[in-house]
Every structure is written in C-alpha cells, then in structure tokens.
Design a binder for this molecule. Structure first.
Ligand SMILES: C[S@@+](CC[C@H](N)C(=O)[O-])C[C@H]1O[C@@H](n2cnc3c(N)ncnc32)[C@H](O)[C@@H]1O
Length: 212
C-alpha cells in the first residue's frame, strides 16, 4: 500500500497527533473509489480528507481532540483546502446526512485524552515497543473495541442517506469477533481490504440493502 508521498512530504504532524499509517493510506484509497460526498470522523492529521479532496471528492472533517483540530487545520491550509475541522464527539456536533462516512477509529475503543497521549508517546518515541505491544493491546481491549464499534454502527445509521455507507477500519484480531457480536440481519458487513493490523469494512444498513 503506497501512501501519497506528496501529502506526506508536505504535511506536518503535531506532537500528540497520530501520524498517518498503513491503515490511513488504505482507508483513504478505498474511500476514494466511492466518489461520494463524505464525512470523515476523527481526521487526526487530516491525511484522509486531504487525499479525498485532492481526488475531487467533496466533504468535511471532524475531531474530538483540540491538538488534532489544530494539526488538521494547519495541513488543510498547506494544501489550500478551504475547510475547518469541526470539533465533535462522533456525531454530537454534526448535522445532515452523508453518502459516505469514513473513520479510522481509535484502536482502544473510547479513549481518554490521557490514553491518546500515552499511545502517541509509544507510537512516536518507541515505535518498536509499540509494534510489539499493538496486538496484545488489541486483544486485551477487544470488548471495549467491540462496544465502541457497535455504538458507532448504531449511531451512524441516522447520519447516512439511503444507500449511504460507513467505511471503517477495525483491528484485524477483532474482525471475526465483531461479526459474531453484530446483529447480522440489520447490517451487511463487507471486508473491503486488509493489512497486517487492520481490516477495512463497509457497513450497509437495512434501507440501503433493499434499495441498492
Ligand atoms: C486512529 S486515529 C486516526 C487519525 C486519522 N484519521 C488517520 O487515519 O491517520 C483516531 C482519531 O480519532 C479521534 N477520535 C477518537 N475518538 C473520537 C470521537 N469520539 N469523535 C471524533 N474523533 C475521535 C482521535 O483524536 C484520533 O485523531
């Protein structure tokens, strides 16, 4: 999976904000194939939104973390993108309905500011230890992650147009586990791609299944 080197070379990632990784690159590329107006949740550095807008898609971005809002807004400026990241906890501050919602969510489920800081410290300062701990961390957090994902999937339904889809990454270890937890007749979950650590899944809802 090749990143967009033009974006990577020119963007700045502020301390405490997640640097784009293989899941970011893959999610951005898969999302661009939908060619739909999008909402990105948790934009972080802004990579996915910048990638999609550079590909000609229209959309908006949200974030919960003030540092990530500052970081993504700086990066939108660098790429002359007239967009301001909206501060929002999932959909708390988002209006309207979308055709495509994209999210590379936190790998620990509902994380506090402190959790994010600790994780970013390991990720940036001790990447080898982070890599070593990543899978056990997913495993230990799998209940938390499943809960977060189920809540996300339930909440997203009200923010999609008919035929709209949620495109979201989940830790690989949890894909099967999550599938068993989700009520299969309410949603259709399709695996759209994978890398060493994540699956990228598309979630379609009842309405859209009947009409598409
Ligand atoms: C795994 S990072 C992904 C960042 C970026 N989208 C990427 O792919 O590189 C998850 C991001 O979601 C944000 N986030 C976590 N919980 C959130 C919530 N409830 N609502 C909105 N954003 C959230 C975090 O601050 C973080 O920037």
């Amino acid at each position: 999976m090749e990143p967009d080197y033009n974006i990577l070379k020119n963007m700045k990632v502020l301390e405490g904000v997640m640097a784009p990784n293989i899941t970011t690159f893959q999610l951005a590329e898969i999302a661009s194939n939908y060619k739909r107006e999008f909402l990105e949740l948790g934009t972080g550095s802004g990579y996915i939104t910048i990638y999609l807008i550079n590909k000609g898609l229209k959309g908006i971005a949200t974030e919960i973390s003030d540092k990530a809002i500052e970081c993504s807004n700086n990066n939108f400026n660098i790429f002359n993108i007239q967009l301001k990241t909206i501060k929002s906890d999932l959909y708390s501050n988002v209006e309207g309905k979308y055709n495509l919602i994209v999210f590379n969510p936190p790998t620990g489920g509902n994380e506090s500011e402190f959790d994010r800081k600790v994780k970013n410290f390991f990720r940036t300062k001790l990447p080898f230890i982070y890599l070593l701990l990543e899978k056990p961390y997913f495993y230990l957090n799998r209940n938390k992650i499943a809960k977060f994902m189920i809540n996300l999937i339930n909440e997203t339904k009200d923010h999609l147009n008919p035929n709209g889809v949620l495109l979201v990454s989940i830790p690989k270890l949890d894909f099967k586990y999550l599938k068993t937890k989700i009520v299969a007749d309410k949603f259709t979950i399709t695996n759209k791609g994978e890398n060493e650590v994540s699956n990228i899944i598309e979630v379609k809802y009842e309405n859209s299944i009947n009409t598409s």
